[in-house]
Design a protein around this ligand. Structure first.
Ligand SMILES: CC(C)(COP(=O)(O)OP(=O)(O)OC[C@H]1O[C@@H](n2cnc3c(N)ncnc32)[C@H](O)[C@@H]1OP(=O)(O)O)[C@@H](O)C(=O)NCCC(=O)NCCS
Length: 177
């Protein structure tokens, strides 16, 4: 399987969700059974990177995916130096709720490509509706190490998971504000 060059919105009839396997059961279950439902419910959007060629069932394999949603965090969870510049209201953020690569491609740079595409996508959304930061909740220590490599910093523990954040200002420096 080789991948195409553009992430597109998940489409149940075009994309083969069953064959996706990133090695993390929770993320496999999400893409197979929940991502489309969440989009239909209007609570998140999932973008997938389809395979270049269709599978035997004529659907396209999913090489990688990410899911995003708007959310907010309590101002008090931010480092004091950042919090003191903000009003005393919940702070709007974009949640990078899921990101995973098919295990066939682990170690081939697709995680980095997927993360850059997700950040770019959210940077574009930010042109229309502002958010203070991008936040991720890490499923594993390994995921935390992956995001830390790209500048995400620890924010707090949320529902038993380490929550990381990257200020939108930093994302702007990447893509040119
Ligand atoms: C985490 C994941 C997305 C990484 O994808 P990948 O395609 O293997 O990563 P890449 O090949 O693009 O690696 C990019 C860089 O990150 C590093 N990296 C990859 N996985 C890493 C990890 N777990 N910890 C630390 N660094 C990691 C690579 O060494 C590489 O560094 P380099 O550019 O200096 O060589 C992938 O392993 C995955 O899907 N895991 C299961 C799902 C998951 O845990 N998702 C996180 C969401 S909570």
């Amino acid at each position: 399987m080789s991948w195409t060059d553009t992430f597109v919105e998940l489409n149940k009839t075009e994309h083969d969700r069953e064959s996706f396997d990133c090695g993390e059961p929770e993320l496999n279950t999400f893409i197979r059974t929940q991502a489309a439902k969440h989009m239909q419910a209007g609570i998140s959007r999932t973008m997938v990177l389809p395979s270049a060629e269709p599978l035997l069932n004529q659907k396209y394999g999913i090489c990688a995916f990410y899911s995003v949603a708007p959310s907010s965090i309590s101002r008090e969870t931010l480092p004091v130096t950042l919090a003191k510049k903000l009003p005393k209201y919940p702070v709007p953020i974009f949640l990078l709720a899921q990101l995973a690569v098919h295990q066939e491609f682990h170690g081939s740079g697709l995680g980095k490509i997927s993360l850059i595409c997700a950040l770019k996508y959210l940077w574009q959304v930010n042109q229309h509706m502002r958010a203070y930061a991008i936040v991720v909740d890490c499923l594993t220590d390994s995921a935390q190490a992956f995001y830390a490599k790209y500048g995400f910093e620890v924010l707090c523990v949320h529902n038993g998971r380490i929550r990381l954040f990257l200020p939108m200002k930093t994302v702007g420096e990447l893509f040119g504000s």
